[in-house]
Design a binder for this molecule. Structure first.
Ligand SMILES: C[S@@+](CC[C@H](N)C(=O)[O-])C[C@H]1O[C@@H](n2cnc3c(N)ncnc32)[C@H](O)[C@@H]1O
Length: 280
């Protein structure tokens, strides 16, 4: 990607997340806070830790980190979408957290002093960064022995895939034949396996790199709950790219499938992450 293409990519990603920010993580299933809390529990963050959370969004990782780091620690979240930053700053104030801070900053342009952080985290966003260049810079900002931890989404290869196959087919069907999705829409595929994400960390110089997959099943209340959620996160890329007729068809046919999937617990969705952890 040349620098013009990189800028277009960034504008498209940040623009979409900025429009989603008021409802991001606030409607439908709460997979970001579920996986953020899961990651922080795994990391056993000590009180007093100095942490950077790259592409913090609405703080799915930042808030559990702040709780573990405690008043003697410091957790800094950065994000390039202005509305993510203002919403998260308001939540930090509302919770009265003195150890948490959020700033508007490009994750690819971080320029903190070397050896400043004990831990750097990044959830559901490394694929939006120019990570081949950025990961070595992040590594340099860790203290010796410091850790870098990332979670990245993957689609579980189980009956869930069969359950939601219609969604992939319908999404494809509402776009014109031969349509190629922009790279921002399909960026997560770049590092969606333990092999790919592990290699990215090792190439950046991290040692003792380990990976782990984790899945969970969460339930939408009903089809309206799912629809609100679709607009609140990455799938919004696809919705915003549909023609008015395509979007109308997509919603109508999706609702028919979703009604057929309804159970007493709601509409099940099995979601997964790959977690990778590396040391400086
Ligand atoms: C899927 S969200 C993940 C947010 C959060 N980490 C979480 O787990 O919920 C992706 C986030 O990456 C941010 N982002 C995308 N490109 C970025 C960049 N170049 N620098 C900083 N943040 C970026 C978006 O604004 C958005 O908040």
């Amino acid at each position: 990607m040349d620098s013009n293409e990189r800028q277009q990519f960034k504008d498209s990603v940040v623009g979409m997340f900025d429009r989603a920010a008021p409802i991001y993580g606030q409607v439908g299933i709460q997979q970001f806070s579920y996986f953020g809390s899961w990651l922080v529990e795994k990391l056993d963050v000590p009180a007093g830790a100095k942490v950077l959370d790259v592409a913090t969004g609405r703080g799915a990782i930042l808030f559990p980190l702040a709780e573990k780091a405690g008043a003697s620690g410091h957790v800094l979240g950065i994000d390039l979408a202005p509305t993510m930053v203002t919403e998260t700053a308001a939540e930090i104030t509302r919770r009265g957290l003195t150890q948490a801070e959020v700033r508007m900053m490009d994750g690819d342009a971080v320029d903190f002093l070397p050896e400043r952080f004990d831990l750097i985290t990044c959830g559901f966003a490394l694929h939006f960064l120019d990570y081949e260049h950025t990961l070595p810079k992040l590594r340099s900002m860790l203290k010796a022995g410091g850790r870098f931890a990332v979670i990245t989404p993957f689609v579980p290869r189980d009956e869930n895939l069969a359950r939601w196959k219609w969604l992939f087919e319908l999404t494809r069907a509402v776009f014109p034949e031969g349509f190629v999705p922009p790279s921002a829409w399909i960026a997560p595929n770049k590092i969606s396996t333990p092999e790919l994400i592990g290699a990215a960390l090792r190439d950046a110089g991290f040692s003792n790199v380990g990976t782990e997959e984790h899945t969970t099943t969460l339930y939408f209340r009903d089809e309206d709950d799912w629809w609100d959620w679709e607009w609140s996160q990455g799938s919004r890329f696809w919705l915003e790219g549909m023609s008015p007729e395509g979007l109308e068809r997509f919603k109508r046919e999706s609702f028919e499938h979703l009604r057929a999937m309804q159970t007493a617990d709601g509409i099940p969705s099995t979601m997964g992450v790959v977690m990778a952890l590396g040391y400086k």
